[in-house]
Design a protein around this ligand. Structure first.
Ligand code: AVJ
Ligand code: FE
Length: 438
């Protein structure tokens, strides 16, 4: 059992690192400026992410993950200041005296060696849980979060494509787009107190009551969103909040990121490949304001975080919550579009095995889904293990995203997982589905 846990954590660490490599050293030859360039003021240069991943692992697994509970010497403490995300804003990171790409890779390798030694030697407490087991899981999830961020940097990179993946599976359930599923209200335990991988903001479980509501059976598709655009959605003031209207006017936005109209058809650029927009895929790269304006146009609204989680976890037949819409078993390629296996969302209806008992599809994987909730701690929240993961963002101008995207690694895909960003951001793999009061 303990051997199995060690083996699972080691495999997850290796899988995360394989993805880091696939997005960096595997595709950029030594000296390629694309590795060190500022592709967008919103993103870090790739070699910063690589060394930041190593530095976090150095801090939590090498220095603090030792089998004795003592704090041990790190691989290198001299670079801590360069890779602190708080003191170094993204847009200025190329200006720093960073480790070069080769040095960053070596740093990651040396840290990983030491971390695996600690994993092997790890002590177990009386509940037979690995002391520091959560820290290993947290570091897996941290690397996977940066893997998704680096994929978003790739989306903003100009030039010939360097990433390739199989196309997503086809829709097998027809006619889902725009349909709604009735959810009878109930009181359910939102969040979790017993999921070992849960990060601080997912805890603790606490009762929340949701009223009867309708939820879209699938994320809003490109075809549905194009009807909103073609109906003048971006020039109708009444559909937008004041902040949303001001932002789209200032930026000149008239469609989702990368969309272009040519000869009456919509095209997009996906990791350097220009293609006609697939009508039945979830819309991608919209900000919260765009999602909310679409919902207003459709006579609907965005779900709250509580409604989203209720739909994704609550089993009306038994009155209990489960880990995933389909039950307690981990995601598989048949259930959800995760792990950058496909570099785009799958059409709605492609994952019947991942649907909830009431028939809500693609809650996990494909696209992050904007919810109409701000970021705060659950009652009884305690920052763990550091305030800068969640607590410092509480009460800010953020909106929540749920469900994960095709860019998310399986270790991070949970129905309790909470993601957040500013309501103007759309370089992330964001879409949405609508809800409606019953
Ligand atoms: C949870 C995605 C908002 O990228 O800012 C990475 C994740 N935290 N390193 C972010 C994170 C520290 C975080 N988000
Ligand atoms: Fe980070």
């Amino acid at each position: 059992e303990i051997t199995a846990l060690r083996r699972r954590l080691a495999a997850e660490l290796a899988a995360a690192r394989a993805r880091t490599r696939a997005l960096t050293h595997d595709v950029f030859a030594p000296g390629d400026p694309d590795m060190t360039r500022q592709h967008s003021p919103l993103m870090s240069p790739f070699h910063w992410d690589v060394a930041h991943i190593a530095n976090m692992e150095d801090f939590w697994l090498v220095r603090r993950g030792s089998p004795t509970s003592e704090i041990t010497e790190g691989v290198r403490e001299d670079v801590d200041g360069l890779y602190d995300a708080f003191t170094n804003p993204r847009a200025g990171r190329t200006q720093l005296p960073l480790l070069d790409p080769a040095e960053a890779r070596v740093y990651g390798d040396r840290v990983r060696e030491r971390a695996l030694e600690h994993l092997e030697a790890g002590a177990f407490d009386e509940r037979r849980t690995l002391v520091g087991g959560f820290l290993f899981s947290m570091i897996v999830q941290h690397e996977q979060q940066h893997v998704e961020t680096m994929l978003a940097t790739h989306q903003l990179r100009a030039g010939a494509p360097v990433l390739h993946a199989d196309p997503p599976p086809p829709a097998v359930v027809p006619g889902l787009a725009g349909t709604e599923v009735f959810h009878p209200g109930a009181t359910f335990p939102m969040g979790t107190s017993d999921e070992p991988a849960a990060l601080d903001n997912e805890k603790p479980a606490h009762p929340v009551t949701v009223a009867d509501f309708w939820l879209d059976a699938a994320p809003v598709t490109n075809a549905e969103y194009a009807r909103f655009v073609d109906d003048g959605g971006y020039s109708r003031r009444e559909l937008w909040s004041e902040a949303g209207w001001e932002h789209i006017r200032a930026e000149g936005w008239t469609a989702p990121m990368t969309w272009e109209r040519e000869d009456g058809r919509w095209y997009r650029t996906s990791f350097g490949v220009r293609e006609e927009i697939p009508a039945d895929q979830p819309v991608l790269h919209v900000c919260f304001h765009e999602a909310a304006a679409y919902a207003a146009w459709a006579g609907k609204r965005l779900p709250t975080e509580a409604e989203w989680e209720f739909a994704a976890r609550y089993d009306h037949a038994t009155g209990t919550t489960r880990r995933f819409p389909w039950g307690d078993e981990d995601p598989t390629p048949e259930r959800a579009n995760l792990d950058q296996r496909h570099l785009q969302p799958a059409p709605v209806g492609a994952y019947p095995a991942g649907a909830s008992p009431l028939g809500v599809h693609q809650l996990v994987g494909d696209v992050w889904e904007w919810c109409d909730s701000g970021f705060s701690g659950y009652p009884g929240f305690e920052p763990f293990p550091y305030k800068e993961y969640s607590e410092v963002f509480f009460g800010g101008d953020f909106r929540m995203l749920r469900g994960s995207s095709f860019g998310v690694g399986t270790p991070n895909a949970r129905t309790t997982f909470r993601n957040w960003d500013l309501p103007i951001r759309r370089q992330i793999f964001s879409g949405f589905r609508c809800a409606r009061d019953a």
